[in-house]
Design a protein around this ligand. Structure first.
Ligand SMILES: Nc1ncnc2c1ncn2[C@@H]1O[C@H](COP(=O)(O)OP(=O)(O)OP(=O)(O)O)[C@@H](O)[C@H]1O
Length: 572
């Protein structure tokens, strides 16, 4: 309504002006035409800022809708393949970054442009309708002339090529360099390794490339420009010639001439303005989100079998992997090529192997973040794919290497889904973090009551989260380098407590530290996607194979340590 009202006002103003001229000519009363002119003028002034506010609001709502839709598309799938899929990452960048204003106006401005341009379109059409009062062909000629500019100049649209791979890739790199520059996480090493200038240069280069692409797309191409000018000149020449001829011939009185001359100019509002460009700018993130939604769902999907088994069991879990084959999507290398492994319920298994051997991938498969390409993973005899994913995930818990640091109070970091306070405190104590902070202290700086933790302290919190989940019923615990950031003293002390706390559940410990590994009931050595050795520490040492070699290598570098207080640590 607002849009149409604003659009027709210029035509109404032209009519009022003609009425006023006629009234002056015929010495009639001026009050009515003057009032109409006044009201129209005031409305024109008032409606513009109102309209801008409404369209900015609409733009913000569109942004919020897109952000919501993207968040749901990312979080919705039960697996995580869609977030690690290189084929989706460029769309993800466009969809995520659209409102930062780096690659085009933010959504609220785009929507304002679109709304403003639609007002002009309505205004031009309203003028054309009034012009029918002069003659039938004049508005048709003018509208055709001005509409042709949309078609002819469309080719020069700012972001006509916005969705090309080159634009998206330049955009992604520019964003990456920008984040490196502004995020605190990268600040230390950027400075230490002298990368600050490189980052700025990289950002500037990518931005320049984006501007070049933008300019190339914007550049008015000569031929369509000349055609546009010609068509518009001919159309306006014809109409104004006809208006002049009619006025001179006496068939068009002055008041009508004033109206028709004004609306003839007004039809020009239809011309190619910011509409196409703004529509492109507003449409690109919408298109990216709409492409992502259907693409992400299958990439992160975990097929549900019809014969779903209830996973609401309790106690330690028995895990069996048979002939498991797995490769990450789009990767040319298989991580597992027929992995066989059995982990009895209530036992602890340490997994060792070189970097990239697949230890973390094994943990991801057991959490069912991915399904194997072939083979089966059975828990307590049931195929993991037959279990309800959410129910299974209440039975498995993990500390990953890149564990989550929630900007929430310590209490919520330990029990994100809630747990009795005594369990939270006990879990913190088991992780050696009993005195870390008050449970209600927010673990983030930048808040009045917040505090940040050291790397090792954060690791204890992540450990406490897993141990708290054990108290809530998890039967399988995956610990991926759970003590990597702890000091030797802390590690030795905590490890015993972890073993006690996880005594009744099945534990899989991934570690390069043989001082912790040796405590596990059994140790498995992963190599080239297979188990090459399996047994207790003593058995594998006696075997004299891969484990023995790795153990001896580390043993040469670590002797029993005695600190300044005379305490000795069994580092190996
Ligand atoms: N998201 C991913 N997409 C593609 N390939 C991946 C992905 N994550 C891991 N890989 C590859 O899978 C292989 C196994 O990785 P994984 O992280 O399981 O090794 P790891 O044994 O845990 O290594 P580390 O000891 O360094 O932690 C590696 O070759 C790695 O490059």
């Amino acid at each position: 309504m607002l849009l149409i009202a604003r659009g027709v006002l210029p035509a109404v103003f032209a009519i009022a002006m003609g009425w006023l001229v006629g009234a002056v000519q015929h010495r009639a009363a001026l009050a009515a035409p003057l009032s109409l002119m006044g009201i129209t003028f005031v409305l024109l002034q008032v409606l513009t800022p109102v309209h801008q506010a409404v369209s900015a609001n609409l733009g913000n709502r569109v942004s919020a809708y897109l952000n919501d839709a993207l968040a749901k598309a990312c979080v919705g799938p039960p697996g995580i393949g869609h977030l690690e899929d290189p084929g989706l990452s460029e769309d993800l960048t466009v969809a995520r970054e659209f409102d930062r204003g780096q690659t085009g106006p933010p959504m609220y401005l785009n929507v304002d442009f679109v709304a403003g341009s639609l007002v002009e379109l309505v205004g031009g059409l309203a003028s054309a309708i009034v012009l029918f009062g002069f003659t039938w062909w004049a508005p048709l000629v003018l509208v055709a002339g001005w509409v042709s500019t949309h078609w002819l100049l469309r080719e020069s649209g700012v972001w006509k090529d916005r969705n090309t791979a080159e634009v998206r890739s330049a955009q992604r790199h520019a964003t990456y360099a920008y984040e490196l520059a502004v995020e605190p996480g990268a600040a230390k090493e950027l400075r230490l390794f002298g990368l600050a200038d490189w980052t700025v240069q990289r950002f500037t280069e990518r931005r320049r490339r984006l501007f070049e692409l933008q300019y190339a797309a914007t550049r008015l191409r000569e031929r369509p420009m000349i055609w546009s000018l010609l068509i518009i000149a001919v159309a306006n020449g014809l109409v104004f010639w006809a208006l002049g001829a009619a006025a001179i011939g006496g068939s068009l009185p002055l008041d009508r001439l004033v109206v028709f001359a004004q609306v003839s100019i007004g039809v020009g509002m239809i011309a190619f303005g910011g509409l196409n460009w703004a529509l492109d700018g507003a449409a690109a993130p919408v298109a990216a989100v709409r492409r992502l939604q259907p693409a992400m769902a299958p990439a992160g999907a975990l097929p549900v079998r019809t014969s779903a088994v209830d996973a609401a069991a309790v106690g330690a879990v028995r895990v069996e992997l048979r002939g498991v084959r797995f490769g990450y999507p789009h990767a040319d290398r298989q991580v597992f090529e027929g992995l066989d492994l059995t982990i009895p319920a209530g036992s602890s298994l340490a997994v060792v192997g070189q970097n990239g051997a697949g230890k973390t991938t094994l943990a991801k498969l057991l959490c069912r973040l991915y399904d194997p390409d072939a083979g089966t993973i059975r828990v307590d005899g049931a195929d993991l794919r037959d279990l309800d994913v959410d129910a299974w995930r209440t039975r498995v818990t993990a500390v990953f290497q890149d564990f989550l640091k929630l900007e929430l109070p310590l209490r919520d970091n330990v029990a994100p889904a809630g747990a009795p306070e005594e369990d939270i405190r006990a879990a913190l104590a088991d992780a050696g973090a009993a005195d870390l902070a008050d449970l209600d202290t927010r673990l983030a700086t930048g808040y009045g009551d917040g505090t940040d933790l050291s790397g090792g302290q954060w690791q204890r919190v992540a450990l406490a989260r897993a141990l708290c989940a054990v108290r809530q019923g998890a039967g399988l615990v995956l610990l991926d380098e759970p003590t990597a950031q702890l000091d030797v003293r802390g590690e030795a002390a905590i490890f015993d407590r972890i073993l006690t706390a996880t005594r009744d559940v099945t534990t899989i410990l991934i570690s390069h530290r043989f001082s912790t590994v040796r405590h596990a009931d059994r140790i498995c050595v992963l190599e080239h996607g297979r188990v090459v050795e399996l047994g207790s520490h003593d058995e594998l040492i006696a075997l004299g194979g891969r484990y023995r070699t790795m153990f001896d290598l580390q043993a040469q570098r670590f002797a029993a340590e005695v600190d300044e207080e005379g305490m000795s640590y069994d580092t190996l």
